[in-house]
Design a protein around this ligand. Structure first.
Ligand code: DLL
Length: 433
């Protein structure tokens, strides 16, 4: 039974009526309280009252990350400071940070959304959960912490880093659940192997991973290496943090908390809404937040939406795993490539470790992609000839599956810096501007 089945299993018609009511309230709210939105709606000739159906969303202008930066720190906040009880922030990779302010009600709703996620992952009050997401301004640490506390779990707030200590505590405390980024889970698995600890022999049984793209191949690798079920969380600071979407025991797509977040898929270039099932950029409207609602926020995340019955009984719309961000998309010899496609292919190759980095350079007018991937120690030790064969094999596999020529560099094990949070997968050495 889901955590809040009255919402999670709500029949579609009832959900649509609920969403419309909340959407209208939110539009009135932002129009009245946030000059940025009032101006934008006026410029586009739309009034909140023009929205009479959820599909009328498409009439509204989109919001982008730069709008948040331009209004840093509190320009998009609809309530006075005394009503805020928490302020998170995310720095992103470049530029000014963006802020995530919460009223007490926002914090409560976030906790409930996130609790649905953990509950769907099978986490119960008897669990000992080790939370290796970073605590602090990042929403991962506290977002997971609040929800695990609500279920009544024993939370071990390790935060990220100090990997040996993570493993020692995991063993000593008998942690049954791990929260971390997927790449940090791999770092933990690898370090444990070096320490002679087999995580599969420990009580650990579930992980809830997110905050960065990962393929199903990577999920299988983690499940296998740790002997756990690897579940997923999706979210972003702009909307609350984790708790926007989550997978259930079916592990077949992520249910979106659609009583809080209206999802659309648009063409990233024309911004035209795309029909269900088509891949494109995910756009969200947050319809229950008070401090910082979001109207048609462009996430840059690429996926598809599916509305179909799920074995778990939830009626929430599903999204596929994120295949990448539109700003991470590479165009190599005219072919659009996401790092996740390369990840999936590398994980097919038995001679390598799941540690890689992609380097993009400009050669003349063309973009050139180098795939740097670590060899397994026993493969690396066989010498140059063997390494050359493996590089060729990987190059041919990528050429065969995606149709692009790449340069493959097989690296010695442990060459690539291990992730403790979001992994760096692409190094772009093309000249800027
Ligand atoms: O990463 C919130 C979060 C924390 C989600 C812990 C899940 C677990 P930001 O730092 O603002 O927030 O980054 C948001 O991370 O737009 C996606 O590109 C990416 N992302 C988050 N979850 C997933 C996921 C947190 N499950 C950005 N799969 C988003 C793929 C994800 N990408």
């Amino acid at each position: 039974m889901p955590w809040e089945d009255q919402f999670e299993c709500m029949p579609a018609e009832k959900m649509q009526a609920f969403q419309l009511k909340k959407l209208k309230e939110t539009l009135e709210w932002v129009y009245e309280k946030i000059p940025f939105y009032r101006k934008k709606l006026d410029e586009n000739g739309v009034k909140p009252a023009d929205i009479q159906h959820v599909r009328d969303l498409a009439k509204l202008p989109v919001t982008v990350k730069n709008d948040l930066r331009d209004n840093y720190p509190f320009g998009l906040c609809a309530v006075p400071m005394e009503q805020l009880v928490r302020i998170h922030a995310s720095s992103g990779t470049t530029g000014k940070p963006i802020t995530g302010p919460y009223t007490a009600e926002d914090l409560e709703q976030w906790t409930q959304c996130m609790t649905r996620n953990l509950w769907a992952a099978g986490i119960r009050k008897t669990d000992i959960v080790q939370n290796a997401y970073g605590y602090g301004l990042f929403t991962g640490g506290l977002g997971f912490h609040q929800a695990a506390t609500r279920i009544g779990c024993a939370v071990v707030p390790t935060s990220s880093g100090m990997t040996e200590r993570q493993i020692t505590l995991m063993k000593d405390f008998g942690s049954t659940v791990l929260f971390s980024t997927p790449s940090y889970a791999l770092t933990i698995a690898e370090r444990a192997e070096e320490m002679g600890v087999d995580i599969r022999d420990l009580p650990l049984r579930v992980g809830v991973f997110g905050a960065e793209p990962w393929t199903t191949a990577m999920r299988d690798e983690i499940q296998e290496r740790m002997g756990i079920k690897a579940m997923e969380a999706y979210g972003l600071t702009e909307l609350c943090g984790p708790g926007v979407a989550f997978d259930c025991e079916a592990q077949d797509g992520l249910h979106i908390n659609e009583d809080h977040f209206l999802a659309e898929i648009v063409d990233p270039v024309t911004l035209e809404p795309l029909p269900l099932g088509e891949p494109g950029e995910l756009v969200f409207t947050a319809i229950q937040r008070r401090a910082m609602p979001m109207i048609r926020y462009r996430t840059k995340d690429i996926t598809r939406l599916r509305r179909e019955p799920c074995a778990c009984g939830r009626t929430f719309i599903k999204m596929d795993k994120i295949t990448g961000r539109s700003d991470d998309m590479l165009i190599i010899s005219g072919v659009n490539v996401f790092p996740s496609q390369i990840e999936a292919l590398l994980l097919d190759v038995e001679e390598v470790l799941p540690q890689y980095v992609l380097v993009v350079r400009k050669k003349g007018h063309l973009d050139q992609l180098s795939v740097r991937v670590e060899a397994k120690p026993e493969v690396y030790d066989q010498g140059e000839e063997k390494r050359g064969q493996v590089e060729k094999k990987i190059g041919a596999h990528i050429q065969g599956m995606i149709g692009i020529g790449v340069k493959v560099e097989l690296l010695a094990p442990k060459t690539i810096t291990r992730s403790e949070g979001k992994a760096l997968r692409v190094i772009d050495e093309r000249p800027k501007g």
